[in-house]
Write a protein that binds this ligand. Structure first.
Ligand code: ATP
Ligand code: MG
Length: 441
């Protein structure tokens, strides 16, 4: 069947639909299949409930935003804006649009558009796909998913620390023990300007060592050179002027208070003076959580975040405060799979039935059990008793409910344990749901 002629070259040319070439997903954009989805749901449900424990409420913003939002918000000379954005022209009105590479800019846009901070600050979270045109590899994709939390309108550092503590709790609840915390302060705009002048002077003294990327950024965004992954630059970068040495009293006090909060919460952390993060809008607090187990290969950073007080003004709003983070869900799933977390919610029972009258009874019994909150799969598409029992087994269900001619005549249902032994037994139809509930309680 091919109801969409535009998707099939073969049907357009009049050949039989069976000859149509098969289409594939866009490179770097993945399907999450039903066998893998339970781990995603487990992670997302767990994160949602931990975030709710800290008063974070859900916000949902569009996947497509005006390109200018990200150019202004994330910054023109960042990797994301320079080379990773999926931007396109809206054919109907010529507007430049972009598939969101991150969620923070959209959330701040929404907060300003709806005056969300008018009466009180807001703790919010969101989740969904993000898009960056990167080279696909393990833990790095072109469509990937983030779980994102933002505390809008809070000056911190209490809320910065609370987010870090919240993430530590999430790792604990998920049973992930090898994720380490790195923090840094990148000060305020004035402090960064002083550091930047020193940095440019330092890089100019080492101009012969700079690669093309670094040279291009030298005056546009020298801070980003510190983020370079080029091995040839590393020793020169290690000796570069450190931002932390340019940070003055207020920012320093903020950073020290953050550290006290973390110590009070019993968290271990490393101060990483070179941690600057890839987006321009950060100030003061920045942090990353990095998996040390090696399970993620080169892509060890599972979550990153920080403070972005300036973003409100950059996007045309009144000055405000905010701190947020994003977790890379694909990397989380890889980690959870590596430590052997399995989450496969199976139905309580698979309902096997042969004959028309048995079918009617089977569907009625299944509805009664669902009324009691249970999950059941009713065999569909017919099949012999033997074939149906095979499907029952493959479904992962704990029980098979069997209804054949004998059961119809006796107004009974046979309950057969599928796991861990136990004899098959019969119960009156009207007791079936209650018995099943009692068995699985
Ligand atoms: P990286 O240095 O790995 O490119 P980043 O600093 O660009 O990360 P952020 O913008 O901080 O990443 O996004 C937060 C998290 O989202 C990252 O720590 C990572 O777990 C995840 N992430 C970012 N880009 C990708 C991607 N292309 N594919 C999968 N996950 C990603
Ligand atoms: Mg990146």
């Amino acid at each position: 069947m091919n109801e969409h002629p535009t998707t099939s070259a073969a049907s357009a040319s009049g050949a039989s639909p069976g000859k149509a070439s098969r289409l594939q997903a866009v490179r770097g954009m993945n399907d999450v299949l039903p066998d893998d989805a339970p781990l995603w749901e487990y992670f997302e449900d767990t994160a949602r409930s931990v975030f709710a424990q800290y008063g974070y409420r859900n916000i949902r913003v569009p996947i497509v935003e005006p390109t200018a939002l990200f150019v202004r918000g994330i910054g023109e000379y960042t990797d994301v804006v320079e080379k990773e954005m999926y931007s396109f022209e809206d054919k109907l009105n010529g507007e430049s649009l972009t598939l969101r590479p991150e969620a923070t800019s959209g959330i701040v846009r929404a907060a300003l558009e709806h005056d969300l901070l008018y009466q009180r600050p807001q703790r919010v979270w969101t989740t969904g796909p993000m898009f960056r045109h990167e080279r696909p590899q393990k833990g790095r994709y072109r469509q990937f998913h983030q779980m994102d939390a933002e505390a809008l309108g809070y000056a911190g550092p209490d809320v910065d620390a609370e987010q870090i503590v919240m993430l530590a709790r999430l790792w604990r609840v998920l049973g992930l023990t090898g994720i380490g915390l790195r923090i840094n302060s990148i000060g305020n705009a004035g402090e960064r300007a002083a550091h930047r002048r020193a940095l440019v002077a330092y890089f100019e003294r080492h101009a012969d060592l700079l690669d093309a990327d670094a040279r291009r950024r030298l005056h546009a965004n020298p801070l980003r050179i510190l983020d370079s992954k080029n091995p040839a630059l590393q020793s020169m970068l290690a000796a570069a002027p450190k931002l932390i040495d340019f940070i003055e009293d207020d920012s320093r006090a903020h950073f020290e208070a953050l550290q006290r909060h973390l110590v009070d919460a019993g968290l271990d952390f490393t101060i990483d003076a070179r941690l600057v993060r890839g987006l321009d809008y950060y100030n003061r607090t920045v942090f990353e959580w990095i998996d040390d187990s090696g399970a993620l290969g080169a892509q060890g950073t599972v979550a990153g975040g920080g403070r972005y007080d300036a973003l409100f003004e950059i996007l045309g709003g009144k000055p405000s405060f905010a701190c947020g983070f994003a977790i890379g869900i694909e990397r989380m799933i890889l980690l959870l799979a590596a430590v052997g977390v399995r989450a496969a919610p199976a139905p309580v029972a698979y309902v096997v039935h042969t004959g028309d009258a048995a079918g009617v009874l089977a569907r009625a019994v299944a509805e009664q059990a669902r009324d009691a909150g249970m999950a059941l799969v009713v065999n569909a598409g017919g099949g012999s008793m033997k074939a149906q029992m095979k499907r029952a087994d493959a479904s992962g269900a704990a029980y098979a409910l069997i209804i054949g001619d004998d059961e119809v005549h006796a107004a009974a249902v046979a309950i057969k344990p599928l796991r861990g032994g136990g004899e098959q037994f019969a119960v009156p139809v009207n007791d079936a749901a209650a018995r099943l509930a009692a068995l699985t309680r």
